[in-house]
Every structure is written in C-alpha cells, then in structure tokens.
Design a protein around this ligand. Structure first.
Ligand code: PMP
Length: 395
C-alpha cells in the first residue's frame, strides 16, 4: 500500500494505486496459476486473452470503428518516429506506385524529433511549418492559424502528414485536428498521442495512424499503442510484395519487429510481447471503463486544467505562462517564475508539502506540472493553493 501521491512528473507518470495493487498480485501469481503473468508464454491462452481484452477495452473506450485495427509494439515513442515513417512511406508506394514526402507540422521538440528521424532514415520529408518561425521570440509555444500555412499543402501530395497532439516538453496541445487536413481525403493523418491518449474524446475515423507510448496516461514504459486504418496495412503489404519497386524508389525496408502488417497478422505477438506491461495497460483501461470512460475523464481533466491555469493566471505578476492560451496543454502545464533565484526554493517548499515531480524539462527550465489522467483533482487543488501561497509570500 502507499499514501496517495501528488506526483506531477512528465513520464513515466503516476498510475492509479488500485491498478498497481492488482498488478502486483498478478505479477506473483496470476489467476492462481502458481506463476506470475510475466512468466507465462506470450502465446499461451492467458496471454492471448490479455492481448484480446486490452484491444477490446481500448476499442470500447475510444469507439474505434471497424475500419481501424489496434496493435501493440515495443520500442516507445522514439521507435514510433522511425516505424511510422518507413511504414507510411511504404503504404504510399502501395497505393500509388510513387513516393511523396512525409509532411510534418512542428509544434515542439517531439514533432521536431519525429521529422529529424524520418530525414535521418533518408526518407523525403517536408516541414509544413515550424511554429518557432511564427513566434516573436522564436520559441515553441503557439500554433499558427491555419490560414498561415494551409497553402503549403494545397494541391500537394504527401505520403502522410504528421503531428504531435500534445507536446509534452513545451506544453502545447492541438485543440483539434486542423480542418485543412481533415478536408483532404487523400492525406493520411499520423498523430503522436503519447501524452494525451484517453485524456479526451477523439474521432478515430479521421486518423490514418495514432501512436502512443504507454508511460503517461496508460501504463508503464515498454509498450507503444497503435491504432491504424486497415487500408494502410493493405497498402503496405501490397508494396512489400514488390520489393523491386521499393528498392528502385529508395524506400527502406522496415525492420521485421516493427513492420505493421506483420505485427498485426500475429496479433501483436510476432515476437515476445511484454505481457505484464500490457496487463497493466488493460487494468488502466478497465479502471477507466468502470469510472465513466473517456467522457468523464475529459471533464475531470478540463476541471484540473482550469484550477491550475486559473491559479497561475491570477498570480500573473509572479508566474509566467509561456504558452498561447489557445493551445495550452491540458496535460502538461509549463510555467516559470518572473523573479530570479527562487526556483530551488519553489521546488523545496513544494516537496515539503509532498508535491513532487515539478521540475521543468532541461531544455525549457522553470516548472512543468503534468496532470495526466491518474493525477487527482485533489492533488491539483493542493498544487494550485501552494502556487498561490508561494506567490503571495515571495512577491
Ligand atoms: N512523443 C511524446 C509526445 C513524448 O512525450 C515522448 C516521451 N516523453 C516521446 C514521443 C518519446 O517516447 P519514448 O521515450 O518512449 O521514446
């Protein structure tokens, strides 16, 4: 057992205590088998049941339509950057017999890294916009209005267009998918939802692929969740049947463990899936289903964001919130102190109140309060009160 934490770390992040308690039991003795869930074959009946249940529970939570498939892979978000690029480029060859660049909407360090990885793999990429170019200080912290960049995609072909829905480091979140992309039936939207999956409702039918590392809202590091349009899988297989064409077009072969149609054909167990990690993910899904699903979670997340941003905004002579209010993340609240020399004291006094995990990312500095699904309203209220008191005391 443990005292309920008030932990605001950006990832790995706090998980519901009840989930961890159940998982701890199952790690030692699963369903009275006399063996733990991590010790049984990944092809056994019990392991297959965990895979199938997690898929089904996720489908229910996000109303995943029949047009889309759910699967799991190792490798985290970073492997996603690479595998999305090679698989989607291959799919485009399957669909058209040609290549077109992957387009990237760069709004923070994670979408930037995704683009850099695709380019490193010598795939054609195009940065449709980098939000720093639209910022007066040249920093990440806003998303330019569509009217400023929609022209860049007009009449152009892309094998996919990539965006990161929530930039974990910079605290920038797309409020919704850009309309100009949604309108383009011929463009597959590829989205990184690592730090906002299951925090709000999304319309899965609009996405070509969703990728999400587990270690924030849905579980432990070690697994990545994918939701993919079935037609993309078919196009990849079609292209892979014509290796000569892929070679001629210089499209790299995807490593086998990350080849989406192969992983899907093998029900996410082409190679050994970390089944304990997946079991935890499924317990998180079940916990969410038992507590009102994504709809309820979204309401609570809105409430938490209002409480915290509200408190920081009220002390705006003391706190600096660098992100444009139009795209403030509801998961990662980034702020700095206007006065120099108080950062260490802020962290020290917060820790004395058992408020932890608040240090900002090394590239941004200041503070970052990650208020993922498992962080309670009470924890956020406590932090908001602390921030208000600290501002009053040190103004
Ligand atoms: N995308 C986002 C939005 C992230 O926040 C992170 C990591 N925090 C990653 C990708 C990279 O994930 P990983 O460390 O699992 O490779």
């Amino acid at each position: 057992d443990r005292e309920e934490p008030n932990y605001f770390g950006a990832g790995p992040a706090q998980l519901p205590t009840s989930v961890l308690q159940k998982a701890a039991v199952d790690l030692i003795n699963y369903k009275d088998l006399g063996l733990g869930i991590g010790e049984i074959s990944h092809r056994s009946k019990d392991a297959t049941e965990v895979i199938n249940n997690s898929k089904e529970h996720l489908r229910k939570l996000l109303s995943v339509p029949d047009t889309h498939e759910v699967f799991f892979m190792q490798g985290g978000g970073t492997t996603g950057f690479s595998s999305l690029a090679t698989n989607l480029m291959t799919a485009y060859v399957g669909a058209t017999g040609t290549v077109a660049p992957g387009g990237y909407l760069v709004t923070g360090s994670w979408s930037q890294k995704a683009e850099e990885e695709a380019a490193r793999l010598r795939l054609k990429t195009e940065v449709i916009f980098d939000s720093r170019k639209f910022d007066t200080n040249g920093k990440f912290g806003s998303i330019p209005d569509e009217s400023k960049w929609a022209d860049k995609i007009n009449g152009k072909k892309f094998s996919y267009v990539y965006l990161c829905e929530n930039e974990t480091v910079h605290g920038v979140e797309w409020p919704s998918l850009p309309k100009c992309l949604e309108d383009r039936e011929d463009i597959e939207i590829v989205a990184d939802l690592s730090s906002d999956i299951l925090s709000r409702k999304v319309d899965i039918s609009k996405y070509g692929v969703i990728m999400a590392g587990a270690q924030k809202n849905i579980g432990l590091a070690g697994l990545t969740l994918y939701i993919i349009k079935k037609s993309i899988l078919e196009n990849i297989s079609k292209a892979e049947a014509n290796d000569e064409l892929l070679a001629k077009l210089n499209v790299p072969v995807t490593p086998i463990a990350f080849d989406y149609p192969i992983v899907v054909k093998n029900n996410s167990a082409y190679n050994t899936i970390p089944i304990f990690t997946l079991h935890i993910m499924d317990l998180v899904f079940q916990n969410l289903l038992e507590h009102g699903g994504v709809e309820h979670q979204e309401k609570e997340n809105n409430q938490k964001a209002e409480i915290l941003y509200g408190a920081l905004d009220k002390s705006s002579d003391f706190y600096n919130l660098p992100v444009d209010p139009k795209c403030r993340s509801k998961m990662n609240v980034v702020f700095t102190l206007k006065k120099d020399g108080l950062d260490d004291l802020f962290l020290k006094e917060a820790a004395a109140e058992k408020l932890t995990g608040l240090k900002g990312h090394r590239s941004v500095g200041g503070f970052r309060a990650s208020i993922y699904n498992a962080v309670s309203v009470q924890s956020v209220e406590k932090l908001a009160k602390f921030a208000t008191d600290f501002a009053q005391k040190h103004s």
